[in-house]
Ligand binder design. Structure first.
Ligand code: MG
Length: 261
């Protein structure tokens, strides 16, 4: 092997190594499909086996931080730290369309988050316009989609419990409109190097009505619509937020347990 070949070989190895290390931190959703690709197979509807009509609200584990117990919005604020205009009805907080997102006053990093939600019982709209909201981790950056996808077809990476625009859920165990669903989300915040580059991506595991629908997914970056923007350095601890997407979606029994392992 002459010197030039040796240099080429070394360059090829270095390139492969850098690509390998890149692949360690930049996940790539299935490259066969574009963002919001309507030709992508949609999640199969299954029955969760979990009651969607339960009147009795569950309780948080005794060591959890309760974010909403049905009585007040003391731990929440609206956009720009303004008082929220979301309302409490029958022990649930409800999005008032046009009022903006609602955010926790406190910030959280790696955590287990429990959220129960219900789309409006009266079905209005279709596709992404029906019972749309979202659970955002990381200060409004990373969305677990909330959408009434009960007999409502939309693009696969926009289904309820999708990591929006990136990963469809494996199945669709949603309950009927007006019934309660629950998400148990395990979120690992992304880490960044001093220079702002990505050290490790955000990771999500999601149970939807007790069914595992997302297993340790590595996000490509923040949630976007028709885009997958790159990561931008941020603190680990960030508020948890729910989206106002123009539909009066309700939430209840919201609690979080921080992961300190
Ligand atoms: Mg949404």
């Amino acid at each position: 092997m002459n010197l030039f070949s040796k240099i080429s070989l070394a360059a090829a190895i270095a390139c492969a190594a850098s690509l390998f290390s890149l692949s360690q931190v930049q996940a790539q959703p299935d490259p066969k499909y574009g963002i919001h690709d309507r030709s992508r197979p949609t999640p199969e509807a299954i029955e969760s086996g979990y009651p969607g009509t339960q009147d009795k609200v569950g309780k948080a584990p005794s060591d959890a931080i309760v974010l909403f117990d049905g009585t007040n919005l003391d731990k929440w604020v609206g956009d720009n730290n303004q008082p929220t205009k979301w309302v409490i009805k029958d022990g649930a907080m409800e999005c008032v369309p046009g009022s903006g997102f609602i955010h926790t006053k406190d910030s959280f990093g790696d955590c287990q988050l429990h959220v129960e939600w219900a789309a409006p019982a009266k079905v209005e709209g279709d596709d992404q316009g029906r019972g749309n909201s979202g659970v955002f981790l990381g200060g409004g950056r990373y969305e677990v989609q909330v959408l009434d996808t009960y007999n409502n077809k939309t693009y696969a990476d926009g289904y309820a419990s999708a990591l929006y625009g990136q990963y469809p859920p494996s199945v669709n165990p949603i309950h009927k409109p007006g019934e309660w669903n629950n998400y148990d989300i395990i979120y690992i915040a992304p880490r960044f190097n001093e220079d702002g580059s990505l050290k490790s991506p955000a990771r999500f595991t999601v149970f939807f009505n007790g069914v595992l629908v997302q297993w340790d997914r590595e996000l490509t970056g923040p949630t976007g619509h028709h885009v997958r923007p790159p990561y931008q350095k941020h603190d680990i601890q960030q508020p948890i937020s729910f989206q106002d997407h123009g539909n009066p979606v309700r939430f209840r029994n919201i609690w979080v347990r921080e992961i300190n392992q």
